[in-house]
Design a binder for this molecule. Structure first.
Ligand SMILES: C[S@@+](CC[C@H](N)C(=O)[O-])C[C@H]1O[C@@H](n2cnc3c(N)ncnc32)[C@H](O)[C@@H]1O
Ligand SMILES: Nc1nc2[nH]cc(C(=O)O)c2c(=O)[nH]1
Ligand code: SF4
Ligand SMILES: [Mg+2]
Length: 209
C-alpha cells in the first residue's frame, strides 16, 4: 500500500502522559472528520483542529510506496542508537493508513509505536501506546487504550467516558481564540474529578514543532 505522508520530524512529544519524550513524529495526510480546507471547517464534524494535514508537501513528506522505505526514513530521523526509540504516528487520522506492514517495519527498527487517533476506526494489533481523543458528533469505536485525551470543552458526559477502558484520563484545553477560558475550565474539571489529569500542549509553549 502507498502511504500519503504530510511530514516527518524529530521533536519532543508535547502532549499526554509521554510529554517530554524524544520522538519522531510521523504525520499522515488526510482525516475522516474534516477535509482540512478552511472553507469546510464550519461544516466539519471536527471543527477545532489545530493541524495542517493536507497533502504531502511538509518536511520529509511524500508518497511512500513501501512500509520499509517509510520506516527507514523514520529511523534515519531518529539517528544513532537503538535504545528507547519512540515514534508518534498522528495526522490527520492515522488509522486510515496505519497497517500491519508498517507496524512490523517500525518494530523491526527498534521503535516503540505511539499513535494519536480520534477513535472512529478500530486500532490494529501491535500499537505500544494508544492515545484516543474523542470528537463530539462522531462515533467512538475504539473504547480502550493507554490514554483518553479529551479536548475541552466538548459536550461529553464525563461519567460515560470514565467508564471506558483506558489506563489514563487526560483533559487538554482547546487551543484557539478561547484557550484561556478553556484552560481555566480544564483546571476546574481536574479539581472536581481527580481521575483526570491536565494535558498542556507543551510544544506550543516551548516553540517546538
Ligand atoms: C491533530 S490530532 C491528529 C490525531 C487524530 N486525528 C486525533 O484527532 O486524535 C492530534 C491531537 O491534537 C488534538 N487537537 C487538535 N486540535 C486541537 C486544539 N485546537 N486544541 C487542543 N488539542 C487539539 C487532538 O484532539 C489530538 O489529540
Ligand atoms: N511536539 C508535538 N507533540 C504532539 N503531540 C501530539 C501532536 C499531534 O499533532 O498529534 C503533537 C505535535 O504536533 N507536536
Ligand atoms: S480528527 Fe484529529 S486530525 Fe481530524 S480534524 Fe479532528 S483533530 Fe484534526
Ligand atoms: Mg499537533
Amino acid at each position: 500500500m502507498t502511504y500519503a505522508v504530510k511530514e516527518i520530524f524529530l521533536t519532543l512529544q508535547g502532549e499526554g502522559m509521554q510529554s517530554g519524550s524524544r520522538a519522531v513524529f510521523l504525520r499522515f495526510a488526510g482525516c475522516n472528520l474534516w477535509t482540512g480546507r478552511e472553507e469546510d471547517r464550519t461544516k466539519a464534524i471536527c471543527q477545532f483542529c489545530d493541524t495542517d494535514f493536507v497533502g504531502t508537501d511538509g518536511v520529509n513528506g511524500g508518497k511512500f510506496a513501501e512500509a520499509v522505505t517509510l520506516a527507514d526514513k523514520v529511523a534515519e530521523l531518529w539517528g544513532e542508537g537503538r535504545k528507547d526509540r519512540l515514534v508518534v504516528i498522528t495526522g490527520g487520522e492515522p488509522m486510515l493508513q496505519l497497517d500491519a506492514d508498517l507496524i512490523d517495519a517500525l518494530h523491526d527498527r527498534g521503535f516503540r509505536i505511539a499513535v494519536e487517533s480520534n477513535g472512529t476506526i478500530a486500532a490494529p494489533e501491535g500499537i505500544d501506546w494508544l492515545c484516543i481523543s474523542p470528537k463530539w458528533g462522531s462515533e467512538l469505536v475504539q473504547t480502550s487504550g493507554d490514554e483518553l485525551k479529551l479536548v475541552w470543552p466538548q459536550p461529553f458526559d464525563l461519567d460515560q467516558l470514565e467508564a471506558l477502558d483506558f489506563a489514563n484520563f487526560l483533559i487538554q484545553p482547546m487551543d484557539g481564540e478561547n484557550v484561556e477560558e478553556a484552560t481555566e475550565a480544564a483546571i476546574a474539571l481536574v479539581m472536581e474529578r481527580p481521575k483526570w489529569r491536565l494535558s498542556l500542549q507543551t510544544h506550543k509553549l516551548l516553540g517546538l514543532a
